[in-house]
Design a protein around this ligand. Structure first.
Ligand code: UDX
Length: 443
């Protein structure tokens, strides 16, 4: 008989995983402790913008016309316990307020609730990003006869559906003699997901570390190129050309070498900090002191963007000056504004007296909630109207497709600063703009 699957926690990770499992043909029950979320998901809608996810949900959520009916949602732990052969725990692990360590309270609460209801013989699978050592501790919370596996998730926001249905690797941490857990997960991830994806089986600590190591490596790549951008700025070099040239070396690779205002979001910043905190607890903090530098190079970029804007305005004060900000989310194709470099820059300029007007294709609602005192416009054109300087801070396709000649007609001063190295500088210059990008020479 086909395995029945539950997914606990329905954020980016959980909602996507639940829909993907239904797409693979499994009966799926999703649980969240927030009733509004359950209500929304049960009607086939998602509480965030993620390309393709709503379509996938609508294809499977029970009660929607024409759906497979394989996906349901509940807030009842009893129902989850009675239903599931395999339980995926997908709750979030945010950074603790004022500390580097991550907050494990949601994971702990999920395991405690699940432990009270889970059937003997079921498999519990942790997917949340946790400090190394957590799986061993959490396994002890589960009753006799219930196995645990650790199966980190590498999905990117904006590509969540595609990354879940076609992962570039599947990593499974099991206990010694955990062959049954491995066999069950191989069954879950059998074709088409597993097709062609390397399936790496290892122990708990390695599986947990794979995730934090991967995110640390990505953060390091970005901060490396941003450090090179700082040197290019001092020496008059061009970081975009430099990235292109070193990226041709297969050992380095061209991806994740875009210099700009740096990384943000709900994962990279908090994951490297939690990793440092955990290494400290383990007495291995020296091994990760470089991550402190990665973090500070990253945070410095935001201030450097503010200074670039100040310089473009004549070098002294923002008081009374109009600054248009294109982009609010931490990356394009998402409405997520958590730790967004774009909003951070906008906020700093606002605090220094600038009149900031922000426009973002999908992040307006979240941005308004987080920074209600900033100015907002309903389109890029409206945002730049009357602006003394325009900052391009999130690289949405919509911004690359703007007509610089049209925008030039409505600004007070045609100066654009590209904080993502993503606009076609020549095109903007040809339309009469002063175009400047981080880490690149002035024309
Ligand atoms: C990341 C990891 O990529 C993913 O594997 C993991 O599961 C979760 O964390 P995500 O947070 O969705 O995913 O975003 P990602 O695409 O990694 O981008 C993170 C940040 O880095 C964004 O703010 C982006 O703008 C920035 N970035 C990315 C750069 O500044 N330069 C680059 O070259 C690439």
């Amino acid at each position: 008989m086909a395995l029945k699957i539950t997914v606990i926690g329905t954020g980016y990770l959980g909602a996507t995983h639940a829909a993907a499992m239904a797409e693979l043909g499994f009966e799926v029950l999703g649980l969240d402790v927030v009733p509004e979320k359950i209500e929304l998901l049960a009607s086939g809608r998602v509480p965030m913008y993620e390309p393709g996810l709503e379509e996938l949900l609508a294809k499977h959520v029970a009660g929607i016309e024409g759906s497979s009916g394989r996906l349901r949602f509940t807030s009842s732990w009893e129902e989850v316990g009675a239903f599931g052969d395999v339980h995926f725990v997908c709750v979030n692990t945010p950074q603790k307020h004022g500390e580097y360590a991550c907050d494990m309270s949601y994971v702990d609460a999920a395991f405690t609730s699940l432990a009270g209801v889970v059937r003997e013989g079921a498999l519990v699978v942790g997917k949340s990003t946790v400090p190394v050592g957590s799986a061993e501790r959490l396994a002890a919370l589960l009753p006799e006869g219930v196995e645990l596996a650790w199966n980190p998730e590498f999905l990117r926001e904006g590509f969540a559906v595609q990354d879940t249905l076609r992962p570039d690797r599947i990593v499974v941490g099991v206990r010694r003699h955990g062959e049954r857990a491995e066999k069950t997960l191989r069954e879950v991830y059998a074709v088409p997901v597993g097709e062609g994806s390397p399936f790496v089986v290892t122990d708990f600590p390695t599986a947990e570390l794979v995730k934090t190591a991967a995110n640390s490596f990505l953060a390091t790549k970005i901060s490396f190129i941003n450090a090179m951008a700082e040197v290019c700025e001092a020496a008059g070099g061009d970081v975009a050309k430099l990235a292109e040239a070193i990226g041709h070396d297969d050992r380095i690779g061209a991806k994740f070498l875009r210099a700009g205002i740096g990384f943000g979001g709900g994962c990279l910043p908090k994951d490297i900090r939690a990793f440092m905190a955990r290494a400290g607890e383990l007495g291995a903090d020296q091994a990760l002191t470089f991550l402190r530098e990665i973090d500070s190079i990253n945070m410095r970029r935001r201030g450097q963007m503010v200074e670039m804007a100040r310089e473009a305005l004549g070098g002294s004060t923002f008081l009374g000056r109009r600054v248009a900000v294109l982009g609010a989310t931490f990356k394009p194709d998402s409405d997520d504004v958590r730790d967004s470099p774009a909003l951070n820059v906008a906020g700093q300029i606002h605090l220094q007296g600038g009149q900031v007007t922000v426009y973002d294709p999908k992040g307006m609602e979240n941005a308004r909630r987080l920074f209600p005192t900033l100015g907002y416009a309903d389109s890029a054109l409206e945002a730049v109207r009357g602006a003394d300087v325009v900052l391009h801070l999130t690289e949405w396709r919509e911004f690359r497709e703007l007509d610089p000649a049209e925008l030039a007609k409505v600004v007070a001063s045609p100066v654009v600063l590209d904080g993502r190295n993503a606009l076609d500088g020549e095109r903007w210059r040809a339309a009469g703009w002063t175009y400047r990008a981080m880490g690149r020479p002035r024309a």
